[in-house]
Design a protein around this ligand. Structure first.
Ligand code: HSE
Length: 453
């Protein structure tokens, strides 16, 4: 009699696991948790078809049980004790969407210790405690999946882990914080002030519980840390990232950048250099005609430069309830498919060398090599050549010099675009420039990213 060779070789317990419902326990039912509940319920049949088994939310831990009951009804067991979900024997996978790096670390480690897979959208937790969490997961042979942690609706982790698996990645750059992109867009397009734009982002559920994580660039740096670990196989080096947010950004620079044909975006950049990796988040000028400059509102976009595929770009919602749920549930589908498969057969959820201690170092700020924009307040319009000459003397390649368009209440300003130069050399040149008699106030510098080769 003919017997399907796959079926006859597959151990019985694997086949049983493959048809059993995947039982999910969720910690947190805020913006992301409630979206996950809704999408799981709405698309139940399609999700089950893709997962090969049904995925059931069986338990939720929430701080406010009454509010949680209002969302999930009586279909799901509720508890105020997150650790109960993390350790409960009837749960196969724990979805951690409560956020924070304190108790969330204990819950995730407890879930792993109890042999459960973990799906999380908690970028801060993984960027800060990821080394410990992934080591524990490796030991136990369970999955920690986190597509929702980075550029929520964009499957960028899957793109790096699987879609681009053939490539040596050269750089990854992206708008990876929805809140700040929303604020910059509102300020530019509608003339809203910073505080009003931030308040709108908070009301729409885009911002972190502590919005300083968004506006100071910390959230983007958490995500960049995860991207770099995937792209380059390096350890999670959040503490070494250079992080600058948008709070110090001045409206006059937004306008002057436009005058030169650029837009200012908060960009996370991880770039491989001969001596290490640049890992940085900062407001930068991107050419106004570039696709990245057209990414507005709470949308995100990530570009990847790799040796075989070349330049690829990914675009989608960077924040939001169901937008994040989409990624969380995609991870649940992966877990449903891979549960019972030996961990050695999974494409790893971190770069292949991410656990090596001698892996790529993060370059210091002084070694970062980019073009720059300078805005130099001067006493008189005819001092433009003196400024250009002062920079050239210090071996800073000057590509373009212009006078800023006149603005009420703003004195004469010389605008400079440089060619690529190391940050250390530029800092010395700016220091010298600052001391010149022609210079009437603090010189502002921002990096320029061409996002091309
Ligand atoms: N606060 C984050 C953002 C949420 O604005 O991008 C999504 O990670």
């Amino acid at each position: 009699m003919y017997r399907d060779p796959v079926e006859s070789l597959e151990p019985l317990h694997h086949r049983q696991a493959a048809i059993r419902t995947l039982r999910v326990g969720m910690i947190g039912i805020g913006t992301v948790g409630s979206g996950t509940f809704r999408v799981l319920a709405r698309n139940r049949a399609d999700i089950a078809a893709r997962a090969g088994r049904s995925i059931e939310l069986v338990m939720v831990a929430a701080r406010n049980l009454e509010r949680a009951a209002g969302i999930v009804g009586d279909s799901v067991a509720l508890t105020a004790d997150a650790m109960h979900v993390a350790t409960h024997p009837d749960i196969d996978v724990v979805v951690e969407v409560a956020g924070g790096t304190g108790p969330a670390r204990d819950w995730v480690l407890a879930a792993i210790a109890h042999g459960k897979h973990v799906v999380t959208a908690n970028k801060a937790l993984l960027a800060v405690h990821g080394a410990e969490i992934f080591a524990a997961a490796r030991e136990k042979g369970v999955i920690v999946a986190y597509e929702g942690a980075v550029a929520v609706s964009i499957p960028i982790i899957k793109a790096l882990r699987e879609g681009l698996a053939a490539n040596r990645i050269e750089w990854v750059a992206g708008i990876i914080n929805g809140t700040t992109n929303f604020i910059l867009s509102k300020m530019r397009d509608e003339g809203l002030d910073f505080a009003a734009a931030l308040a709108q982002a908070q009301a729409l559920g885009y911002a972190e519980a502590d919005p300083s994580f968004d506006i100071e660039g910390i959230d983007a740096a958490h995500k960049l840390t995860l991207l770099a670990a995937n792209a380059f196989g390096m350890p999670l080096r959040f503490a070494d990232a250079q992080v600058e947010g948008i709070t110090a950004l001045q409206g006059v620079d937004v306008a002057c950048a436009e005058q030169l044909g650029y837009r200012i975006k908060l960009l996370g950049v991880a770039r491989r250099q001969a001596a290490g990796v640049e890992l940085r988040v900062q407001p930068v000028l991107v050419p106004a005609a570039h696709l990245m400059a057209q990414v507005n509102g709470s949308m995100n976009a990530v570009m990847v430069k790799s040796d075989a595929a070349g330049l690829t770009m990914y675009y989608g919602a960077g924040a939001g309830s169901e937008q994040t749920a989409s990624a969380v549930i995609a991870d649940l589908v992966d877990v449903a498919r891979l549960d019972g498969v030996h961990a050695a057969q999974h494409v790893p959820h971190l770069g292949v060398h991410a656990h090596a201690t001698n892996a790529l170092a993060v370059l210091p700020r002084a070694a970062v090599h980019t073009s720059h924009y300078l805005r130099v307040p001067v006493h008189a319009l005819d001092q433009i050549q003196a400024i250009a000459a002062g920079l050239a003397e210090r071996k800073v390649p000057v590509r373009q010099v212009a006078l800023a368009a006149e603005r009420p209440g703003v004195g004469p300003q010389v605008l400079v675009l440089t060619g690529p130069v190391e940050q250390g050399a530029l800092d010395l040149a700016v220091h010298a420039l600052q001391a010149r008699a022609e210079v009437a106030g603090p010189v502002t510098t921002l990096r320029v990213e061409s996002l091309e080769g």
